[in-house]
Ligand binder design. Structure first.
Ligand SMILES: *Cc1c(COP(=O)(O)O)cnc(C)c1O
Length: 391
């Protein structure tokens, strides 16, 4: 078959504009025509320190010159250091590293099922949330509650029971002797930045304790400083038994983590693994990212920029008669009652601003965590111009 465009050698996986990105610096992305974009998507909350930060390029080049992959059959210094940093700065006892959020969540599901087989007479069912998102492997798609995915790639992996977010009675009613865990995102990201209430999260902790269930937080999007605290669970004042991290922990490279309380770490040798898991090249990046976030003032800065962006979005919402501003820290959304999110995102891109229409009625903002005050102000003024034309 002849190819009609330069893109035809790639499988179709999503609708993409005919733009090729060639370079990124901080909050700015440049395409092959030289056009620059203020990036408030940042690879879907992945580039936590912006594009091509020096700490990451240095961590990669230093580690690449020293040791890339001794294989998971041996310990390496960077994986040990990253696990130490993560457990020291969280409520968890041990970690396992993965290459994507979906893979970390697969690990969480496997860990919960293993724990159920050891401690709960083989209980394996996991209660998850309608509209939740946990990844694109078969099991994590099955755990997800994206209505769009119903009927896709059947049969799904069994063992996931879906309930509505923030409906504690529904969770209680779904618990049976087969239930081993409850799994959710503290803020549903892909669904359009829909927060679980603090009361719901505390209620889940209580239900889990009462019924001897594991509470699993998927913090792939909310973790690593995104909400202005290192992890979202800290804001709810409770501790999950298992937490997964992805996206921001790698600052743009494929790195994810599965963390668990010591008592839950029940994998035996051979239960879990993977060729690239915990390789020192990616772990060195994770260390550089986390050490940057732990520097004094970093998280305060996330809160300040988040407040600036949220406040500006609220002003625009009032000015143009738009909807609610949701989210926390630098994971924010603006509701567009007209349902014209895709058009707005497209117009914004043409004018040099990248924002994501998570849903037709929702714009999502996920800038770099070190975005500057001027960049937030520029984003808001570009949006003001765009709404003036398009609303
Ligand atoms: C992005 C995301 C995932 C999947 O991560 P991948 O790295 O794309 O596999 C899982 N859970 C949540 C909450 C996410 O936002």
């Amino acid at each position: 078959m002849s190819k009609s465009s330069a893109f035809d050698s790639l499988m179709t996986i999503t609708k993409r504009p005919p733009i090729v990105m060639v370079e990124g610096q901080g909050s700015w992305l440049t395409d092959s025509s030289g056009k620059r974009y203020l990036d408030f998507i940042q690879g879907w909350a992945v580039n936590s320190l912006g594009h091509a930060p020096t700490v990451i390029s240095q961590a990669i080049s230093n580690q690449a010159a020293r040791l890339i992959s001794p294989s998971p059959a041996f310990y390496n210094q960077q994986a040990i250091r990253l696990a130490d940093l993560l457990t020291t700065n969280s409520c968890f006892g041990r970690g396992f590293f993965a290459n994507s959020g979906a893979e970390a969540n697969e690990g969480a599901i496997k860990l919960a099922r293993k724990w159920g087989s050891l401690h709960k007479q083989g209980a394996y069912e996991i209660i998850t949330m309608i509209n939740g998102f946990h990844g694109r492997t078969l099991a994590t798609m099955s755990a997800s509650g994206k209505p769009h995915w119903q009927g896709l790639f059947e049969p799904k992996v069994p063992g996931f029971v879906k309930v509505a977010l923030n409906d504690l009675d529904a969770v209680r009613a779904a618990i049976t002797e087969r239930t081993v865990a409850i799994m959710l995102e503290p803020i549903q990201g892909e669904a359009g930045v829909i927060p679980a209430s603090q009361a719901f999260l505390r209620g889940l902790r209580q239900l889990a304790d009462d019924h001897q269930l594991l509470l699993i937080f998927d913090e792939v999007q909310t973790g690593m400083g995104r909400l202005g605290s290192l992890f979202a669970y800290q804001q709810a004042g409770i501790e999950p038994d298992i937490m997964t991290l992805g996206k921001g922990i790698g600052g743009g490279v494929p790195l994810a983590a599965l963390l668990a309380k010591e008592a839950v770490c029940c994998f035996d040798a051979g239960d879990q693994g993977g060729t690239y898991n915990g390789n020192p090249l990616m772990a060195a990046v994770g260390c550089a990212v986390l050490e940057t976030m732990l520097q004094p003032g970093f998280l305060e800065q996330v809160c300040d920029r988040g407040a600036q962006l949220a406040e500006g979005l609220r002003r625009l919402s009032i000015k143009y008669g738009l909807g609610e501003v949701r989210g926390s820290g630098l994971l924010l959304a603006l509701e567009l009652p007209a349902g014209n999110g895709d058009t707005i995102a497209e117009v914004a891109r043409e004018q040099g601003l990248l924002v994501n229409a998570a849903r037709p009625d929702t714009l999502r903002f996920m800038p770099a965590l070190n975005v500057t005050k001027d960049e937030v102000a520029l984003c808001l003024s570009l949006l003001d111009q765009i709404f003036a034309q398009s609303v």
